[in-house]
Ligand binder design. Structure first.
Ligand code: ADP
Length: 770
């Protein structure tokens, strides 16, 4: 295709050439003047002219007129470019035969306009069925169609053409209307149009010699898409074929898109008779292609069986309602049913010719998958529940004997022992504590993983929490000769948080620092990063001058069961759980964790926590500085207290009995809840220590019963339980208990809980008496 641009400047040529470069065989030639243009036209045939309004030796309108008059541009478009459009110019241009006028700056519009022509001139990639009984005419047109790039099957008679049509796929039928032979042109056209889609929808271009409007109307009534009149003008034929093909391609594109979606499309009539099924729908319903083409009438029968809900869907569509993703059962030709999702819409209106498209989606796999997923989810939840129960049981089972071991070791220390025996008892206690820490870590991690870690929000003192950590690591550091430093700046006195968990997070860092530092110092640092008034973001750091961590291990050091290198386990012990737990805890406190470290120099582990600011002057459960230790206060202020210890396990009974006995208190024991009830009814105890899991009647039930007894509403009851979960604590408090101590317990913990409960009870009692 040749395009002539007549313009004194070459800019437009470059733009046009670039834009058209992906169309093969398009050439843009430039003439800077009328004279140059004339010379080019003499040598080359052009298919498109672009003329500037002003030329050095003429004006664009006159030159366009010349092109038309001299036959250089008979049917070829001539467009005029002007910088100053006006109504007069537009009129003059139209009179001169200009196809369209463009402002020079509207280059995009011009390009869009040209695109259609350029596409029209591209080789036609299509297959045409051509029927013409006049041999000479047929040969000429066949040749012409081929020269445009089409594949042509040409026939003299409609019978032969019909046969070929059935056997091949055509893009277009070009058909003479008046034909010799048995079958006429109108009969052939009619036969094609009666076929179901897609064959029945092939574009038909009729060729006719008659110039009678009535006959032309008949042709359209038969179903032709367009016609050309003999004698045929080449350019007209080409343009008409092009238009029909463009439309067919657009339809094909949408069909391809539909088939790519795996949606099946069924076209049905008002009665629910299926007119066509596309490939997807055929595959879905197990219908052969030939069922649709040659046995079109049987499709009506098949239709009723396509889906169980077809009648109701059809009724909705007939009432003008939309059908969106309705789920129902489809039925294959074999009779087998399968789940489908139907969307229906009207595609042709009119009382008789009303047609609907049913978009069908086979959802069997989806449903199967959903069922599998549901089962898998159930199984996972069951497994999770079992894991939780197992852990709780295991924890209980391990803690109970551990309580006995640690308790007895503790009691043994009060006996007269040889130095050697003392060392052995210390070892038993240390090993027991180690085992206890391990179990707690594993439990914590599993709780966190199951999303069951709940943090408390009670008034706590940051300073005291840090000092507790300090007091726990101080002896070991002192033994190693490592200096301990504590730095804190302007930290609020009281905040809301979970003191136990905060201490645990810090202690994990601090004990690692102790473990991995042999020389130098360990520093605990606390500072405020952000103060938002009602909340503060705190940063805690533990810096050491220990062995440090290799750079490649830094990224994964916070993952569970990770250690910086495998030799760590052998040299230092540990499970690799501490940092993972600290990270989870920090995140649960609205903060983050991090580390910077250099091998051989030391490490800084940090965590942040966003905590609510408190107004209380004292943290819960903390003795006021200067107060006596709880053990002594108990002895002094609560002399002669009567304690009931409810515990089924003999050794634990002995341990607890002994620890309380040391306070000088009278201790009665009950081996289960039932016995305890009896004893509480008959005696006036000052405090009850209640185990939770016991035969006959457990601690929760016994507490509930006690609370219903007359005069026992204020009796302090403290739970002693081997289950350390927060739910357990809540269960105890809900049942009416006043305190909670988890086993194995440190005597000090039991003493201070007893002290709190007794103090509270005596305040209540005092208030009631006065
Ligand atoms: P554990 O100490 O029980 O192995 P952690 O999760 O607390 O588990 O620590 C994981 C690993 O991180 C340790 O084994 C050690 O390799 C490394 N690590 C932690 N803290 C330090 C530290 N202060 N100095 C050097 N290495 C450390």
């Amino acid at each position: 295709m040749n395009i002539l641009l007549v313009d004194s400047s070459p800019i437009y040529r470059e733009i046009l050439q670039q834009y058209l470069s992906h169309f093969p065989g398009v050439q843009v030639l430039l003439a800077r003047s009328r004279q140059e243009a004339t010379a080019l036209i003499a040598a080359t045939k052009f298919d498109f002219f672009v003329v500037a309004g002003q030329l050095p030796d003429s004006d664009g309108v006159s030159f366009s007129r010349e092109l038309r008059q001299q036959g250089h541009a008979r049917v070829e478009p001539v467009v005029l470019l002007t910088a100053t459009p006006s109504a007069e110019l537009a009129t003059a241009a139209t009179q001169a035969g200009v196809t369209e006028l463009f402002r020079k700056q509207d280059i995009d519009e011009l390009l869009r306009f040209m695109r259609h022509y350029v596409e029209l001139m591209q080789p036609m990639r299509c297959r045409i069925l051509y029927i013409e009984d006049a041999r000479d005419q047929r040969l000429v047109l066949e040749e012409l169609l081929r020269s445009w790039g089409a594949t042509v099957d040409a026939f003299a008679m409609a019978d032969e053409a019909w046969q070929s049509f059935a056997e091949n796929d055509y893009d277009l039928v070009l058909c003479d209307v008046v034909l010799g032979g048995r079958m006429t042109g109108p009969r052939l056209i009619n036969r094609i149009r009666r076929l179901p889609l897609p064959k029945g929808g092939v574009p038909i271009l009729a060729v006719t010699a008659f110039d009678n409007p009535g006959r032309r109307i008949e042709l359209f009534q038969l179903g032709v898409d367009d016609y050309v009149q003999k004698p045929i003008l080449d350019e007209e034929l080409r343009a008409r074929i092009h238009n029909l093909l463009v439309r067919k391609r657009a339809v094909e594109r949408s069909e391809m898109l539909l088939s790519a979606t795996a949606l099946g499309v069924a076209i049905v009539d008002r009665e629910g008779g299926v007119e066509t099924l596309d490939d997807n729908a055929r595959a879905m319903f197990g219908v052969e292609a030939c069922d649709c083409v040659q046995q079109a009438p049987t499709l009506g029968l098949l239709a009723e069986k396509l889906t169980d809900c077809a009648p109701s869907v059809l009724a909705m569509l007939l009432q003008g309602q939309s059908v969106q993703r309705q789920r129902c059962q489809g039925r294959r030709k074999s009779g087998e049913t399968f789940p489908i999702e139907l969307t229906g819409l009207e595609i042709e209106s009119g009382a008789n010719g009303q047609r609907f498209a049913l978009l069908v989606r086979d959802i069997s796999e989806e449903q199967q998958l959903a069922t599998h997923l549901l089962r898998a989810k159930d199984a996972a939840e069951r497994a999770e529940r079992m894991k939780g129960e197992f852990l709780a049981n295991m924890s209980h089972e391990i803690r109970t004997p551990l309580n006995a071991i640690l308790g007895i070791a503790h009691l043994l220390k009060y006996d007269a022992l040889s130095d050697e025996q003392k060392t052995s008892v210390d070892h038993i206690e240390a090993a027991g504590q180690h085992l206890l820490a391990l179990i707690s870590d594993i439990l914590d991690l599993s709780k966190i993983e199951a999303g069951r870690m709940e943090l408390e929000s009670v008034p706590l003192s940051i300073e005291e929490t840090v000092l507790e950590v300090v007091s726990m690591v101080e002896p070991q550091l002192a033994a190693k000769g490592v200096e301990l430093k504590v730095e804190a700046s302007d930290v609020p006195a009281i905040v809301y948080g979970d003191p136990l968990r905060l201490r645990q997070a810090l202690l994990n860092y601090a004990s690692n620092a102790v473990k991995f530092t042999e020389l130098g110092s360990v520093t605990l640092r606390t500072r405020v990063l952000e103060d938002a008034g009602d909340t503060v973001l705190l940063r805690f750091e533990v810096e050491d001058t220990g062995i440090g961590i290799p750079p490649e291990a830094l990224d994964t050091i916070f993952s569970a069961f990770r250690q910086a290198d495998n030799s760590t386990t052998r040299r230092y012990g540990g499970t690799g759980l501490g940092l993972a737990i600290t990270q989870e805890l920090a995140e649960a406190m609205g903060g983050e964790v991090g580390v910077s470290s250099r091998q051989g120099i030391g490490s800084v582990f940090w965590l942040t926590a966003r905590l609510k600011c408190g107004t209380e002057r004292r943290a819960v459960g903390r003795p006021v500085i200067g107060e006596l230790p709880p053990e002594e206060t108990l002895r002094e202020r609560f002399r002669g207290v009567k304690v009931l210890l409810v515990e089924d396990e003999v050794v634990n009974r002995m341990v607890a009995g002994n620890i309380i006995g040391r306070l000088g208190f009278a201790v009665d024991v009950a081996e289960n809840g039932e016995v305890a009830l009896e004893m509480v009814r008959e005696n006036d105890y000052d405090v009850v220590l209640m185990d939770m899991l016991m035969p006959n009647m457990d601690g929760v039930e016994a507490t509930r019963c006690i609370r219903q007894m007359e005069g026992r509403a204020g009796l302090p009851i403290i739970a002693l339980t081997a289950n350390a979960f927060a739910e357990e604590k809540r269960r105890c408090l809900d049942a009416g208990m006043n305190g909670f101590v988890s086993k194995p317990f440190h005597p000090q913990t039991l003493y201070s809980t007893m002290l709190q409960c007794l103090e509270r009870a005596s305040i209540v009692k005092g208030a009631a008496q006065s």
